[in-house]
Design a protein around this ligand. Structure first.
Ligand code: HEC
Ligand code: HEC
Length: 281
């Protein structure tokens, strides 16, 4: 399956060995309480990696520290906003998330297994799709914009109550064809730079690209608070940014292609912990 990386002129100029600055041996414990698995044996389906790492491992010690305490983690402010939304009645049915689901902690474990096949709808659903389905068919409320602020905040709340739980996304059964579609996209080369996700995140993780220390591009930490744009970022927006960096046209957020890619990339992190909202560059 692997596209062998032929280091052409562009590639040689693009990737450079990383000069160690971060504490790559560090362990992540949040609030001196929640233990996060940041390195694990790669899941069986990954042919080219033996160990998987959370993106946290590749960040500077200063950035790493921001995620070790909820009072330092700027992403947690958005979780507070989502708790308010959780308790707010909206739509024609007079319901809030809380009126059916109780406390947000009742959704512990959900983040770890999504995207997931939904039998009734006969589709693979991301958390955003499920939340919008609850909003429209359960609450009689408007959909939230995919990867918009309200949705990302809610995703951060839903992730936060699963922190420390092991990512375990199903790749087989009825989800398998979407998973295969996602894998195909992962190994497709894009843009003028002619690079696939794998060329950067599988063949060159731990190297530098421009000024950036490349991770394996895992999504166990999403949504991520990025210091670069000072807000929470969704998975599909991140995919868009990465593909755009290869100077290619890209898929839109919420498209079937990105849902498939999310399912596949999530499964590459099976064995790591749910970590969102995380802090990244
Ligand atoms: C009227 C009741 C109701 C309301 C209100 C409601 N939901 Fe749901 N929700 C459900 C039901 C029922 C399911 C299970 C649906 C299924 O399995 O297909 C569900 C499933 C979910 C799931 C997936 C759980 C899992 O184990 O896979 C999430 C996440 C979720 N809801 C979030 C929300 C959020 C966020 C809100 C508020 C914006 C909300 N829901 C409002 C009834 C509701
Ligand atoms: C040209 C190289 C390059 C390509 C190609 C690329 N990325 Fe990235 N990606 C980066 C860089 C640089 C970063 C920021 C540093 C890091 O976290 O690795 C990044 C970050 C990410 C992150 C955030 C990781 C975290 O811990 O927050 C994800 C997820 C990701 N990429 C997924 C993808 C996917 C999926 C593809 C293919 C559609 C892709 N990338 C293609 C360079 C690339």
């Amino acid at each position: 399956m692997k596209t062998v990386f032929k280091g052409g002129v562009t590639a040689v100029a693009l990737f450079a060995a990383y000069a160690v600055q971060a504490d790559q041996e560090a362990n992540l414990v949040i609030n001196e309480d929640i233990e996060i698995t940041v390195r694990a044996d790669a899941p069986e389906h990954l042919e080219n990696l033996s160990t998987i790492y959370s993106g946290w491992v590749f960040r500077s010690s200063e950035t790493q520290a921001l995620q070790m305490d909820d009072f330092e983690n700027p992403g947690m402010i958005f979780v507070d906003d989502a708790i308010e939304a959780w308790n707010t009645v909206e739509g024609s049915e007079g319901e809030s998330c809380a009126s059916c689901h109780g406390a947000p902690e009742e959704l512990a474990g959900v983040r770890a297994v999504y995207p997931k096949w939904n039998d009734e709808a006969e589709e693979v659903r991301t958390i955003a799709m499920q939340v919008n389905d609850c909003r429209t068919s359960q609450m009689g409320a408007e959909e939230w914009k995919y990867d918009g602020g309200d949705m990302i905040n809610m995703e951060a709340l839903i992730a936060s109550v699963s922190r420390g739980m092991t990512v375990n996304v199903a790749t087989d059964g009825p989800a398998q064809s979407m998973w295969e579609k996602g894998r195909d996209i992962y190994y497709t080369r894009f843009g003028q730079l002619d690079l696939s996700c794998a060329n950067c995140h599988e063949d060159n993780y731990d190297n530098n690209i421009r000024a950036d220390h490349l991770s394996q591009g895992q999504i166990n930490g999403f949504p991520t608070y990025r210091l670069k744009n000072a807000k929470l970022n969704g998975v599909h927006s991140r995919f868009r940014g990465c593909i755009r960096d290869t100077r290619a046209e890209t898929y839109g957020v919420g498209t079937e292609e990105f849902i498939a890619l999310e399912l596949y990339v999530a499964s590459r992190g099976n064995g790591l912990s749910v970590e969102g909202p995380s802090v990244r560059n």
